[in-house]
Every structure is written in structure tokens, then in C-alpha cells.
Write a protein that binds this ligand. Structure first.
Ligand code: SF4
Length: 344
């Protein structure tokens, strides 16, 4: 347990948490919506600090991050709790289950990441915002040790916390669900509005952190192509046409077992729309086809080949296409394993 960052004391031992867009006012003895920030005698505490529920190496492609340190291994850290309540959460047992975890310090996490031969860390599986203090302390130490740090987030973090942690975060994946459709978010994730996600993205961009976007397309309730077009246009206009965007396939899980898997045609439709609107790097995810690979947006040659969420070939040279010299949006090249680089 550690005193929380980003809260204010109010009258009668009440506190207001400013960490995420929910802005909970928490009464003495109670927790906020995320269940892991508790008001104890007028002070807010993070209950998830050093309570680690997951600490495992993962390919960076699983986050998904396709344009950051491809082929690297990312030590993936999570604690319990979440500031959303997605009915379709595939990690619901840790995000919405009992608060638990092993006591592991930031120092130990960095040591474990190095021992596991990972090139960096990812704060992932549950929402890193709600274990901010653990993520912040660990990211600082990891950076000092020469490792990268990434966040996989629902985008509900307030701008100030983003600004504070950004110097230590190299890349972020922000996950949309149902293209940010208001009805869908309200009914399936108990999220009142998607506006804070856009605000957070603008802050990550301002802080110069590499951004990738995912959009989970849920059949019937979160697969409107009209909403999807709006999202893609916003990303293009505000983050740029070079921002990688991934359309993810939904599989029935947790409380949403009565909807089918996303048809491949829906993913292909989304892919084609984003391409037509001018996005340079578009992917489909949770499916195995050509659209998981990276092609040069100018000469269309294959630049990064992936298989089952792992990079197996990497041809980009010093950030450029080796065939036509086109500049490619690729970050974290220093962490790419040498064994991956293909000589022509
Ligand atoms: S981090 Fe938790 S307590 Fe703070 S505003 Fe968000 S949901 Fe509420």
C-alpha cells in the first residue's frame, strides 16, 4: 500500500481522485470505482502498489505494438482492478476479481525483466492507470537500466498523470472498443463518455510518446462502420496518417457469450475503410492473415513479417524502406534483436 498520487483532500475526510477521468469522490473508508484506491482516514492509498498479479515475458506484438521494437520481449506487469467494467473483458478474473497479488517491488520487477532477457517492460493486462504508482516507480528504474517501457491503456487517464509519466514511457497502445460508440461503451463497459480518451491521446501525442490504436469490433453492438469512419478520421487528423491502427476480432467471453465472433468480412471492411481514408499502417488482429504484416506505404514491399503475434522477419534499415528509401514510422529500433534483421 502506498499513498496515492493525484488526489485532493476535501471536507469531512472525503478525497477526490484526479488520476482518471472518473474523478471519484471517495468517502472515508471507501474505495473509488477501480476498487484499488482507498480513502483511509482522509488520505487516498493505492492498494495495488507492489501487489503484482502478473509478471511474464511476452512478445511486444501481443500488446499489440507493431511499430515499436518489433521482435523484442516485453516483461508484462499487471496488478488487479480496473476503472472500466467491460462485460467482455478477457482478463476479467484479474481486472474485476478479488484484489490479490504477490508483493514485488519496482526494483525486483526490473531485475526480473533483465533476468528474463526482456528488452523492456509493458504495463498491461489490466489498466495501468489504476496501478500508476507501481508503474511510475518501475518505469523510472527500468529506463535507468536501459530498458523500454510501454503502457496498454483504455485511454481514461487524465492529462496531468500522462504528462508526469511520459518521460519514462516509450510507447502506448490505446484500446478503443466498438470504435468509441457511446451506447456501446455505456452498456458494455459502464463508461459514460469516450471524450476523455481523445483528450488522453492528444496528451500522449504532445508528450511525444509513440502511439498505436486498437479498435475491438463487436458484432451487432459495436461494429458500426459509420462510427469507425469517424474514429479513423479523428486519428488521421489529430495523430497523423502514420499512426498504426489495429482492428481486433472479438471472441465471446465473460458475460458476453451470446454474440458471435467478429466475421472476417467485418475486419476486412474496416481495414479497407481505413486504407481508403489514407491511413498508412492498418492491421487486423486476433486473426492470422497477410494483414498482420507491415508493407511499405510507397512501394508496397513487405517490410515486417509476423506469425502468431511474433515478428519473424524485419527488413527496415535505419527507419527506411530498403527498396525505395521511404521513411517508415518505426520506433525503438535499438531494442530490435539483431537475429531478426534480414540482409538482402
Ligand atoms: S483511478 Fe480509481 S479512484 Fe481514481 S478516479 Fe479513477 S476509478 Fe476513481
Amino acid at each position: 500500500m502506498k499513498e496515492a498520487m493525484f488526489y485532493k483532500k476535501l471536507k469531512n475526510k472525503k478525497v477526490k481522485c484526479h488520476l482518471c477521468a472518473r474523478e471519484c469522490e471517495v468517502l472515508e473508508g471507501k474505495t473509488g470505482f477501480c476498487r484499488v484506491r482507498k480513502n483511509i482516514n482522509g488520505k487516498l492509498y493505492s492498494l495495488s502498489y507492489e501487489k503484482v498479479i502478473s509478471a511474464v515475458p511476452n512478445p511486444i506484438e501481443k500488446k499489440p505494438l507493431y511499430h515499436f521494437a518489433p521482435g523484442s520481449q516485453s516483461f508484462s506487469v499487471a496488478s488487479t482492478g480496473c476503472n472500466w467494467r467491460c462485460k467482455y473483458c478477457c482478463n476479467w478474473n484479474i481486472s474485476q476479481g478479488e484484489i490479490q497479488g504477490e508483493k514485488i517491488s519496482p526494483e525486483e520487477l526490473v531485475k526480473m525483466a533483465k533476468e528474463a532477457r526482456c528488452e523492456g517492460l509493458s504495463f498491461t493486462f489490466t489498466e495501468p492507470t489504476i496501478f500508476y504508482e507501481l508503474s511510475y516507480e518501475t518505469a523510472k528504474l527500468a529506463q535507468k537500466a536501459g530498458l523500454y517501457n510501454t503502457w496498454v491503456s483504455n485511454g481514461y487517464t487524465n492529462p496531468e498523470p500522462i504528462k508526469k509519466i511520459s518521460p519514462y514511457i516509450d510507447a502506448v497502445t490505446v484500446d478503443f472498443k466498438g470504435s468509441g460508440n457511446a451506447e456501446f461503451l455505456k452498456n458494455f463497459a459502464f463508461v459514460p463518455t469516450s471524450e476523455p480518451i481523445y483528450r488522453a491521446l492528444l496528451e500522449w501525442k504532445k508528450q511525444n510518446v509513440h502511439i498505436e490504436i486498437t479498435d475491438l469490433l463487436v458484432p451487432k453492438v459495436g461494429d458500426s462502420m459509420r462510427e469507425l469512419k469517424q474514429l479513423v478520421r479523428w486519428v488521421k487528423d489529430n495523430l497523423g496518417e502514420e499512426t498504426p491502427i489495429h482492428f481486433l476480432r472479438f471472441f465471446p467471453t465473460h458475460l458476453v457469450l451470446d454474440l458471435p465472433e467478429t466475421p472476417i468480412e467485418t475486419l476486412n471492411k474496416a481495414y479497407n475503410i481505413a486504407k481508403k481514408l489514407g491511413m498508412k499502417y492498418v492491421y487486423t488482429g486476433n486473426v492470422e492473415d497477410e494483414k498482420v504484416n507491415t508493407f511499405c506505404p510507397k512501394c508496397q514491399k513487405l517490410l515486417i513479417k509476423r506469425l502468431w503475434m511474433q515478428t519473424i522477419e524485419y527488413k527496415i534499415k535505419e527507419g527506411k524502406c530498403p527498396f525505395c528509401n521511404q521513411k517508415i514510422n518505426i520506433k525503438g529500433e535499438k531494442w530490435i534483436p539483431k537475429s531478426l534483421k534480414v540482409e538482402d
